[in-house]
Design a protein around this ligand. Structure first.
Ligand code: AKG
Length: 719
């Protein structure tokens, strides 16, 4: 539903990387271009053929149950040499197995396309980078991603999931050279993710499990049909689970053995039936208990090293699955594998000793363990994981209005969407709209005490010129200039209005009214340089008027001056007047053109939103960039641009020299004027408002410079 198109050509979406082979070193693979549009088309076709008759039962074409992860099961070519050791946790990227799209009627209750949608809208998972979301020592959400390790399983129709949790797993790195696999390393019990998972296990705290579209063990492709449209599902919430077992294993990583923690997640009964079983054609087949009493080592040697358990070793625990005490360390471990029992405490000398020569395979889980019932008897207070409806009234600029929402209820499609339009909540899949009602906020309601007008880093040697006063019919400005070391001047024009309702008050109100009724289309546009799955929207709303400006919104979203809302025109007029007076333009006719601003970028920040470091390094940009601040105070940080060589570069001082060297405090009605193209070439600025704020930044851009084909160049980067 987003009107803009993702222009990134390389994404992990649709490329699943599975690991059957370890080469014992970093392995490089070529980048592939993937056509998302092409995939959608494929999905449409297969949905068309597979769902004509809704009574037809479709068998999931590729169910990786109980570890059928061999290459032949996947039916796919490996990208490199065959496995040397079957225990190795995956390093060789292969294309995702040909699974089928979700059958008609099967859709997750909660799903998202992008990582940002998931993290902004689903409070059980707020981790942008890791797979384990934990706060205060407990895990709230766990993401099952593309890398499955050996003995990771999706069993009992997904009601038992075993996964290697807690970071330090094998991972992929995208670099300029291509795709790299990074080796796994030892996980310690004290690692924050592992210890939080262990806390959940010990305290029987439930958590939400989420899969992404690279999770190889899920039987279906995460692509469905909903509201007459193909749903590209990047993430789907499975439901609430509880960790029934946690244990450490040894895993071969190249030539080394590393400790990896495994967690068994069991479905918590009392929830509605899992969405992937509703109307599901044929559930994944349960595994047959393998009859293995001997196994083969890598070198072909037959081993039959089974620990003989005495009655004394054994002790039954109420989870219906047997656990035994280790004679050496005295601690309990369950019997998980048919090969026999081994101590699963990584600090014990007997840890994993039974399996050192012969690792249990994917199918070697003890059937009694796998089939032990889901946890219905444990009484747990589980708050619903279905997000509440979004807020619609009150102080509509607080941070809860700036995040995301769930298109839930009987009319909903289940999608999590960011708040990407100012005027209302809108589902990015089905287009459903939820109105937001509120009255415009007054500047005094969002004001915050700030003690200074600017803060200068002592070492910057920057000294402001003496302040001078400029009078207007409705007030006065106090102006102060700061000459920068690498060129350019910044002038702070502080507003001292004396009217009860000043010009900035009126403009602030008009902006809010026109944004609320959609005349002013404030949007969060997608950044093009980021590493997350799906679009990543800016952390502020913006809209460009006048001359096209190659900012995040791209030039295509610019409104002409004929279409421009009056709030923006008024802001431009105010800026022109005040800047002309501050620069005493009347006495310098040659400078008239620079204050003849022909472009205004308006930005609106809800509570806690901000703009990252960037420069307005636009071709054809005139020497003046003037910004009017409305609403809450903001700090505007300046630092030297990375391309400018600094004294002491190459030593530890470099970091220091890239730090903010001056920070201006911008209050309601203030203007910050950047004069000279060097300010954009040699410096970067960032804005951190203290509360709800609107800014109108005006420039002059040479009309001849605009060439439509250049419209996609981004100038902003995420920090
Ligand atoms: O919010 C502001 O005052 C500054 C906006 C800005 O940095 C820009 O438009 O480049």
């Amino acid at each position: 539903m987003y009107p803009w198109k993702e222009k990134r050509t390389f994404t992990t979406a649709g490329l699943s990387l599975r690991s059957d082979v370890t080469l014992g070193k970093r392995t490089i693979y070529k980048k592939r271009k993937l056509s998302v549009a092409g995939e959608a088309e494929e999905c449409m076709q297969s949905l068309g053929s597979g769902t004509k008759d809704s009574t037809t039962r479709i068998t999931p074409p590729h169910i990786i149950s109980s570890g059928s992860v061999s290459t032949s099961a996947a039916g796919l070519p490996l990208a490199s040499a065959p496995p040397k050791n079957t225990d190795l946790a995956v390093t060789s990227p292969v294309l995702v197995p040909q699974k089928e799209c979700l059958p008609e009627g099967m859709m997750p209750d909660i799903w998202a396309q992008s990582r940002q949608e998931l993290c902004e809208s689903f409070k059980w998972f707020r981790s942008y980078h890791g797979g384990v979301y934990h706060t205060q020592g407990h895990v709230k959400g766990y993401l099952l991603g593309g890398f499955s390790a050996n003995r990771d399983i999706f069993e009992n129709d997904g009601k038992l999931i075993i996964s290697h949790g807690g970071g330090k797993a094998q991972s992929l790195r995208f670099t300029k050279q291509g795709l790299w696999t990074e080796k796994a390393s030892d996980q310690q019990e004290g690692d924050s993710s592992v210890s939080s998972l262990l806390n959940n296990w010990k305290e029987e705290r439930p958590l939400a499990l989420i899969i992404d579209n690279n999770y190889a063990l899920f039987p279906w492709l995460l692509k469905g049909h909903c509201s007459d449209k193909v749903a590209e599902i990047g993430y789907a919430v499975l439901g609430v689970y509880i960790i029934s077992h946690a244990w450490a294993e040894r895993q071969l990583e190249g030539d080394e053995l590393v400790v990896r923690w495994k967690f068994a997640f069991r479905w918590l009964e009392g929830q509605p039936e899992p969405w992937w079983l509703r109307g599901a054609p044929v559930p994944p087949k349960p595994p047959q208990r393998p009859v293995i009493i001997k196994s083969t080592t890598r070198t072909g040697k037959i081993v039959s090293k089974m620990k003989t358990l005495t009655k004394k070793d054994m002790e039954c625990v109420p989870d219906s699955h047997s656990q035994w005490n280790c004679k050496t360390c005295g601690k309990r471990s369950p019997q998980l594998y048919v090969q026999g029992w081994t101590c699963l405490q990584p600090t014990c000398p007997d840890f994993w000793h039974l399996f050192l020569d012969s690792m249990p395979g994917q199918k070697d889980y003890d059937i009694a363990f796998v089939k032990s019932p889901t946890l219905s008897k444990i009484e747990l207070q589980v708050e619903s994981i279905i997000p509440s409806p979004p807020p619609t009234e009150g102080e509509i600029t607080t941070n809860i209005f700036a995040k995301g929402w769930h298109c839930g209820g009987t009319d909903g499609c289940g999608r999590l969407s960011c708040r990407w339009k100012w005027e209302h909540w809108e589902c990015a899949h089905c287009g459903r709209v939820i109105e937001v009602k509120g009255v415009p906020r007054l500047p005094k309601e969002v004001d915050v005490m700030v003690d200074k007008d600017y803060y200068i880093l002592d070492s910057s040697e920057l000294r402001p010129s003496p302040a001078f006063r400029v009078d207007y019919p409705g007030g006065t400005s106090l102006c102060q200039a700061f000459t920068l070391k690498h060129g350019g001047v910044i002038i702070q024009i502080r507003n001292k209005s004396f009217r009860a309702v000043s010009e900035p008050d009126k403009i602030f109100r008009l902006y809010q009214e026109q944004a609320a009724n959609g005349i002013l289309p404030f949007r969060r546009y997608p950044l093009r340089s980021h590493k997350l799955k799906g679009p990543m929207l800016t952390n502020y709303f913006s809209q460009n008027c006048g001359q096209p400006y190659q900012y995040v919104g791209g030039t295509d979203n610019t409104l002409s001056w004929e279409q421009a809302p009056s709030a923006v025109k008024d802001a431009r007029h105010f800026l022109q007047q005040r800047v002309s007076a501050a620069l005493n333009i009347a006495s310098r006719p040659e400078d008239h053109k620079s204050v003849d601003f022909n472009e205004v970028l308006s930005a609106a920040y809800m509570q806690e939103q901000k703009m990252a470091f960037h420069s307005d390094a636009e071709d054809g940009l005139g020497p003046l960039v003037a910004g009017l601040s409305l609403g809450a105070p903001a700090e505007m940080h300046f630092r030297v641009h990375g391309s400018i060589k600094q004294e002491g570069e190459g030593d530890a001082r470099v970091k220091k020299s890239r730090a903010t060297f001056i920070k201006f405090v911008l209050r309601h009605g203030d203007i910050l004027l950047m004069s000279g193209t060097e300010v954009q070439r040699c410096y970067e600025h960032a804005v951190v408002p203290k509360n709800f704020r609107i800014a109108a930044t005006a420039r002059f851009i040479k009309p001849s410079h605009y060439i439509k084909s250049k419209s996609s160049t981004p100038v902003v980067s995420l920090k």
